[in-house]
Design a protein around this ligand. Sequence first.
Ligand SMILES: CC(C)(COP(=O)(O)OP(=O)(O)OC[C@H]1O[C@@H](n2cnc3c(N)ncnc32)[C@H](O)[C@@H]1OP(=O)(O)O)[C@@H](O)C(=O)NCCC(=O)NCCS
Length: 169
Amino acid sequence: MQAKNPEESRTIMSDLVLPGDTNMLNNLFGGELLARMDRAASIAAGRHSSSITVTASVNHVAFTQSVPLGSVLTVEAAVSRAFSTSMEVYIDVWIESRFSGERTKANEGIYTFVAIDEMGKPTKVPALEPITELEKERFAAALRRKQLSLVLAGKLDAKEATELRALFM
Ligand SMILES: CC(C)(COP(=O)(O)OP(=O)(O)OC[C@H]1O[C@@H](n2cnc3c(N)ncnc32)[C@H](O)[C@@H]1OP(=O)(O)O)[C@@H](O)C(=O)NCCC(=O)NCCS
């Protein structure tokens, strides 16, 4: 399987924040943002793997900035590392000014997807080759995040999470 780079999976989705998407403060409802991130990330994982993919875990989401009603919200997702059958997808969320067109980073999320075959079994995905400095940073940190996610899910003994443990030694 030929390796791919993050650009090949990059998925950019823009949409308005309408009244049905908001909470009582007239800001985007958190669950709506998670769903938008999941959709873009799912397309990115599918582009990388050329397979059906499922969301295996949401590793991290930072709701650092609220998103007001009427905003143009852009969700940008790209595979940040591929393992054997799983992929980490990094999602950046931007708010765009209607007037200047300037984009402000609002939130981010990191999801794990698994490629599955027609029997619903995990199937191999191509390797990922990062190119830019940011892609290389995200690639390098992804193994620690995978280990943390597996430890939290009870699927990996913390003693075996060597990359993660190295952070604290
Ligand atoms: C995701 C799923 C396919 C994993 O199945 P599984 O039996 O745990 O499969 P495996 O143990 O072989 O793991 C497959 C890969 O997923 C990774 N994985 C599994 N759980 C993970 C987690 N919580 N965090 C990070 N990676 C995880 C494994 O490390 C493995 O990666 P690798 O092959 O790249 O090393 C299965 O749990 C599933 O189908 N879940 C439902 C998914 C779904 O419906 N999502 C939509 C939301 S409801």
